[in-house]
Design a binder for this molecule. Structure first.
Ligand code: HEM
Length: 343
């Protein structure tokens, strides 16, 4: 799986070079989304939208709004909202199209048809007919992977790049750690090499702590018989929730919480580990967390091995303030940064 991530990232690095040659800032929020959708649709069902070459022309997700908007007839909506609603319709069309194409290729026995998440879902259904998913359910699964897996990782990496321009000493340490571990910039880099770099691991944890991509409350319902939690009795049916954003800012667990300090993870105690909740916790926590962590290590490691990231005057604490649309988004809807190749 990591091979797919490296392949897409190589394309992304060419794009960075293009921007750097022209001394242009890159809207990281936009381009990381292209990158992560490429990865997730490839691993999910073998699609290749090639967004990194074509930009957003083919993008099914220019924006996405929750199901509440489905109830409003399209003709009543202002143009901007209609675009959002249509984006959702287009997403479903892409998912359905992706499934059809995938099934055609499988039926034709096209050589090299890879094992992806869809293959596993279908195979499981073939072996266990009672679990077999209908076409509609498969489309829903594809949509969920696309929607849950792309923006989330992209937003986390965007905020990380922004934070390391605010904390240059972190950028220096991370780049040094990468250069020490991978002295030859032109040598092929593997996941194993990146996974062996503690400072990169701490940086990824700190990215997740400081900017959990879902800052919203995640609701759970207390089972009918009720529950006792931390000395409180909760009646059955009560809705309870927690928020990673506030949990990650508890001073007594994470001192100076507004500072981006990967070092804090060097001697992480059990309390810190238990309170890192960016992927939520328990039975309904993120199923894509290993993939997301792998991607973040590859993206941050490969980019920072070769590039220094510099701020842009339009990218400020105000423009980057995360607004809560269930998933957090920068207030300005963009994050301009310079990527300067130095090796
Ligand atoms: C940094 C990246 C990511 C973060 C921070 C993140 C965070 C989360 C969180 C907090 C939840 C739980 C929501 C809840 O409790 O209601 C969740 C669920 C989910 N995530 Fe992620 N996610 C990330 C990346 C991914 C990726 C890459 C994929 C898949 C390819 C993915 C697939 C899913 C799915 C399918 C669910 C629903 C699980 C269920 O309902 O049982 N996520 N994610």
């Amino acid at each position: 799986m990591s091979k797919n991530v490296f392949t897409h990232l190589e394309k992304f690095l060419l794009k960075l070079e293009e921007f750097d040659r022209q001394s242009l800032p890159l809207d990281t929020y936009r381009w990381f989304r292209y990158l992560t959708f490429e990865v997730v649709t490839d691993i999910g069902f073998g699609a290749d939208y090639d967004m990194i070459s074509h930009g957003e022309l083919n993008h099914p997700f220019k924006s996405f709004l929750g199901p509440q908007i489905e109830r409003i007839p399209l003709s009543w909506m202002p143009k901007s909202l209609r675009e959002w609603r249509l984006a959702e319709v287009r997403t479903e069309e892409h998912a359905r199209g992706g499934l059809q194409k995938w099934l055609e290729q499988k039926n034709q026995g096209i050589a090299g048809h890879r094992v992806d998440i869809l293959q596993r879902l279908i195979e499981h259904g073939e072996k266990n007919p009672e679990d077999k998913l209908t076409e509609k359910e498969l489309v829903t699964e594809i949509m969920e992977i696309m929607l849950a897996g792309g923006d989330t990782t992209a937003s986390t990496v965007t905020y990380a790049c922004y934070e390391i321009t605010r904390f240059p000493e972190v950028q220096d340490k991370l780049r040094k750690a990468l250069k020490d571990a991978i002295p030859d910039a032109s040598a092929p880099i593997t996941l194993e090499m990146l996974e062996a770099i503690p400072y990169l691991d701490w940086t990824v944890k700190e990215m997740l702590r400081m900017h959990p991509t879902i800052p919203s409350s995640l609701e759970r319902v207390v089972p009918p018989k009720g529950a006792d939690v931390a000395g409180y009795h909760l009646e059955g049916g009560t809705i309870v929730c927690m928020q990673a954003f506030t949990q990650h800012r508890q001073e007594e667990i994470f001192p100076k919480p507004e500072e981006f300090q990967p070092e804090r993870w060097e001697h992480a105690d059990a309390k810190m580990r238990a309170n890192l909740l960016a992927f939520s916790s328990g039975a309904r926590s993120c199923v894509g967390q290993n993939l997301a962590t792998m991607q973040m290590k590859i993206h941050m490691g490969m980019i920072l091995r070769k590039y220094r990231i510099k701020g842009h005057p339009d990218t400020t604490p105000y423009s980057m303030e995360p607004l809560d649309f269930f998933q957090g988004k920068p207030r300005a809807g963009k994050c301009l940064l310079y990527f300067e190749k130095d090796e």
